[in-house]
Every structure is written in C-alpha cells, then in structure tokens.
Design a binder for this molecule. Structure first.
Ligand code: FHN
Length: 439
C-alpha cells in the first residue's frame, strides 16, 4: 500500500514537470567557451571517427539490446559479467586500427542501456572492475592509448538505464527487468552526474559526451542543462551531443543523426531532426548491429562505406562508423578488412574529406557529393557511368585534375553549366575525386 501511494506520488510529480523539449526551449542561452569553439572546429575538420559499442552483452552475441529483447530480468542479466573476460583486448591495437582507417577520434560506450559501467566507477559494483573476472578498466587503457597515439576520445553515455531501480517511472523499454514499482528519478540523475564527473576528471581530456536514450521517456523530468553545464564546467572543450533525434537544445555542441544523412529520414529516427547550425555527425553500422552480433552477416561493402563517408562530407557532416567488438576483446575480421580498405582510399584521397565543408552551391546528388577547402572544390563522382558530368555553373574554375594521380580533367564552361570530362579508364573503384582549382 505504501509502495503504491509512493509510486502514484512520483508519477504525479513527473506528469507535472515539463517535458525536456520545452525545458530546453526555456533555458537561458548557452554561450560556448573559446576552448569549446576551437574543439568544434577541430571536430568538423576531423570528419571520420570510430564508434565502439562494447559491453557484457557481447558474451551472448545478440547485440546490445539483448536484455530488453530477450526479456531478461536483472538477476538473469547479472550472470553475464562473470562470463566477460576479454583477455585479448589490446587498446593499442584498437587505436592503431582507427588510425589505419583514417579516423581521427573514437567514441566508445562508457555505459549503454544495460547500465553496466565499462570503467572503474566508485558509485556501485555494476562495473567491469568489480563484476567481471577480467577486473580491469578498459576505458582507462583506451584513454591512455588514445593520448599516446594522438586520437581524441568521446564517451557514449546512456541516459536510459535498464538496471538502476531509481530509473523510475520507467519509460518505453527495460520493462522486464523485475525492478520494483518505485524509485527516485532525481537520485538517478544525481548518480548519472556523479558517474559523468568520474569520466571527466579521471580519464584525461575527454573530447565529448555522446548521449543516447532520452527518447525512452521523452517527457521525463530530465535535467539536461544542469548535466551539460556540469560537463562544460569540468572540461570546457568537451563537446556535448545528444541522440534525441530532435533539433539541438541549448548546451549542446553538435547535432547527430543515426543511420541518416542530415535532412533524410530513411531510418525512421530522424523525423524531428530539423538540421540546425551546429557541427553535424551521422553514425552507422558495418553490418546491421551496434553491439556484437554473431549471426548478422549483412556487411556493407567498402564501397558503400566510402560512399557514405563522401556523402556525409558533402552534407557537411562527420561519419562515425561503428564496430561491436567480440567478448574476447578482438574486432572481427570483416570489420578490420573494411576499415583498412577505407584507410587505404583515404591515404590517397583524404584531402577531399578532412578539413573540408559541404559545398553549398552543389548539394549532394544521386551521382555524388561535393566538398570544398580553401581554393579547391572536390567533386566526388560516386554513381556516374558516362564520360561527361554536368554541374551547375561554377564560374571560377581555373583547372581540374584527378586527385588520385593528377591526370588533367578537361572542363567546358557553358552559359549555364560546367562540364567535366572524366578520363576514360581512370575510375577509382570507390570514389573518383576531381579537384577543381579556383585560383
Ligand atoms: O538504442 C541505441 C542503440 O543501441 C545504439 O546505441 C544507437 C547508436 O546510435 N542508438 C540507440 C538508438 O537510437
């Protein structure tokens, strides 16, 4: 009886509180620091990052949603950490792989929706050091290696939590975990802020926090701005992004899209994602899964992945490409192979991606995408069989060459169009880049 009345009180209180979107709209304006603005510039120039979804769920090889999808209770799920012993985890190898792929940053799950901390949190023992035979802090090792090899590190952090009892009232997911029908959501938010404080004070410079999961209870009394301000207080340059699938709120530093280029909604996630004016990022998987999925063999080809990278750049967005490492700490061969092939292409064509911005005069088309840096316009020819490619008139073009080997490309200037004559037999199997010089 006592429990019921408490839960009703909590539910009423939650109902009275304003949804997070309206709270955000009423917030005082956010003025990013000088360090933060510089970090945004770096972020936009970086263009390509490695997303890593890794947790105890990898033991089952059915993706990171297995607790929810298989309707596991907390006590059933608690059997996974004792089985998680990634003895083949080698942070140096992961970072080297990201670098070989041409990536400039890594975003790794510190905590996914199962609430399990992949670092040595002091808040409870639901973490890799206290609950697994491995007993080591994988984020610490990764942070150190990233610093050594000059790669920036972001933490993906789930707002949504299927494990904590205080995550109450619950949202749309995590309903089979066997948690009690009461809890103190404010206490949960304090806990989350305390965990974030650990991540932002004990792991060196953190490039940013990548939030996810707020969509689970989007009208909940989230204290987004308070959390964002805490992050910026602890590390002013840390970039805050939130995968809420909406236009950014005050306090956020970049806008993200999931399995969609900015402005598209193929995934079904992006219906509310009106494109704002912050730096942009889109993320996608190599097969269909974020966390390790043993049976998912629908691998995208290297060509598809390079096309996505080029199209993202044409849309002025970064590409955050995911791997879900195995429970032993290794990354499966199919992923490694594709990442290395992307890196090989980037080693020759990287100047058309890094440090560029989407070229607004020629927005992305089915045939390809266009980027720009300084006096050079880069035409990424992705799906074009013919010899002559017509672009809207680009008045300033002085000369053109293939980026891969310098072959001269003939340009015809018509009254209302610029024609590029693409040399026969000189197509890159992935993306033929024509560099147009305007100087
Ligand atoms: O539920 C998550 C999912 O597991 C994964 O982390 C992706 C990555 O963008 N985001 C969520 C779904 O929007």
């Amino acid at each position: 009886m006592k429990i019921v009345s408490y839960s009703i009180r909590v539910a009423l209180l939650a109902a009275l509180l304003i949804p997070y979107s309206s709270v955000a709209a009423q917030e005082t304006p956010y003025v990013p620091s000088k360090e933060n603005l510089a970090a945004r510039q770096w972020f936009q120039d970086a263009r390509f990052g490695l997303f890593i979804h890794w947790g105890v769920y990898s033991v089952l090889g059915k993706g990171e949603w297995v607790m929810n999808n298989d309707r596991m209770t907390k006590s059933e799920y608690e059997k996974l950490p004792p089985r998680f012993n990634p003895t083949r985890y080698d942070a140096a190898q992961w970072v080297s792989l990201a670098k070989a792929a041409g990536m400039k940053y890594i975003t790794i799950t510190s905590k996914h929706h199962d609430g399990f901390a992949m670092w040595n949190t002091k808040q409870n023992s639901w973490n890799i050091v206290d609950a697994t035979p491995y007993g080591k802090d994988v984020l610490k090792a990764l942070a150190e290696e990233c610093r050594k090899q000059g790669i920036k590190l972001f933490f993906y952090h789930s707002h949504l939590d299927w494990y904590q009892n205080e995550y109450f009232p619950r949202g749309r997911t995590g309903l089979y975990s066997g948690r009690p029908e009461y809890g103190n959501f404010d206490k949960y938010l304090d806990y989350m802020d305390d965990q974030l404080t650990e991540l932002l004070t004990e792991y060196g410079p953190v490039a940013g926090i990548w939030f996810d999961g707020i969509w689970d209870k989007k009208d909940g009394p989230w204290r987004l701005r308070r959390t964002y301000d805490l992050i910026h207080k602890l590390q002013p340059a840390a970039l805050v992004g939130n995968n809420h699938h909406l236009k950014p709120f005050a306090g956020e530093d970049f806008q993200m899209f999931e399995k969609d280029l900015p402005g598209q909604n193929v995934s079904g996630f992006s219906s509310g994602s009106e494109v704002g004016n912050l730096p942009l990022e889109t993320c996608d998987t190599i097969n269909g899964a974020w966390g390790y999925n043993e049976s998912d063999k629908r691998f995208k080809s290297t060509k598809q992945l390079i096309h996505y990278l080029a199209r993202a750049a044409g849309h002025n967005a970064n590409f955050l490409l995911n791997v879900g490492p195995k429970p032993d700490g290794t990354i499966q061969d199919e992923f490694v192979e594709r990442l290395r092939e992307m890196g090989a292409w980037l080693s020759k064509n990287g100047e058309s991606i890094y440090g560029t911005r989407g070229y607004e005069k020629v927005p992305p088309r089915n045939w390809g995408a266009v980027t720009q840096k300084g006096d050079t316009i880069y035409v990424h020819v992705l799906e074009w069989q013919d010899e002559v490619l017509a672009l809207p008139k680009l008045a300033d073009v002085k000369s053109a060459r293939l980026l891969m080997d310098g072959t001269v490309v003939k340009v015809d200037q018509l009254a209302d169009a610029t024609l590029l004559h693409l040399p026969v037999g000189k197509r890159d199997p992935y993306d033929t880049v024509v560099a147009l010089s305007t100087k």
